[in-house]
Design a protein around this ligand. Structure first.
Ligand SMILES: [Zn+2]
Length: 269
């Protein structure tokens, strides 16, 4: 009887040993089959997400840092001529003190209100004329409260703000450009206002119908917002709802379609 049990145990062990490797093989095969079976799903995914929304190259995400207004330690001269509509002028790149556009004309040539007080580059006058007229047709009043600013004017302006604010450089750097760093030296930057706020310059413009209209339409005429809300750490300036820069219709359309803000768009050029 004992022998019988011994034989049975041995037989059981032999049988078990025979099955063990096969089971392992089975398992691997199942795993492989699962992998094979999953493959079509992995491939299918991008096919299934057929583009319904417009695909954009890049979308700028607002970021915040605590010292966004500061100038970098190293300052360069602009890499393009000031005449180039796509020249990057910011806190890192400044225009030469000698640069001034050669085609400055009175802004009033476009028909914009208060234009007799400011100069702009002639190259943008036809598009500005169309924009002012189309805005008017939609019941929107636009006026200009700043245009071309010479290097020398920037020196006076920056010093004025410093004196007025007890030489608080950090504070003044949040809203006033140092000489050569202002887009206004290009003759293509405009500060807009409206009769809605008595032609005042500043934050209240953001709540006007004129501002809402410009946000929707300005790019169709080649004008884009330079310092949008929430992008202080990229532009180095607080939100300026009134400050637009002319870059030409083809460029502004490309910029809007790319989802980039002006600062990053110009860095790609
Ligand atoms: Zn401005």
């Amino acid at each position: 009887m004992r022998d019988m049990i011994k034989i049975l145990v041995i037989l059981f062990l032999i049988i078990s040993l025979f099955f063990l490797p096969q089971k392992t093989e089975d398992k691997e095969w199942i795993v492989n089959r699962e992998v094979v079976a999953r493959k079509p799903f992995v491939i299918k995914e991008p096919v299934d997400s057929t583009p319904i929304e417009k695909v954009q190259n890049r979308i700028d995400i607002p970021t915040t840092t605590s010292d966004w207004w500061k100038y970098p330690d190293v300052i360069y001269e602009t890499t393009k001529s000031g005449n180039d509509l796509l020249v990057l002028v910011n806190k890192q790149y400044k225009l030469p003190s000698t640069y001034a556009p050669s085609d400055l004309v009175r802004a009033s040539n476009s028909g914009i209100r208060r234009g007799e007080n400011y100069y702009l580059r002639n190259i943008l006058i036809p598009d500005l004329t169309n924009m002012v007229n189309d805005a008017k047709s939609s019941g929107i009043d636009l006026s200009i409260v700043s245009g071309y600013r010479s290097y020398q004017t920037q020196v006076s302006t920056y010093n004025y703000w410093l004196t007025k604010n007890n030489n608080n450089v950090d504070y003044v750097d949040t809203f006033s450009a140092r000489p050569g760093h202002s887009q206004h030296q290009l003759g293509t930057a405009i500060d807009f206002s409206s009769s809605e706020i008595g032609d005042r310059l500043g934050d209240t413009f953001a709540y006007t119908n004129a501002s809402k209209w410009l946000i929707e339409n300005a790019y169709k005429y080649g004008f884009v917002l330079s310092f949008p809300k929430g992008y202080e750490s990229i532009t180095g300036y607080k939100y300026e709802s009134w400050h637009y820069r002319y870059i030409g219709k083809a460029n502004s359309t490309e910029m809007i379609n790319s989802g980039m803000i002006l600062e990053n768009y110009l860095r790609t050029k």
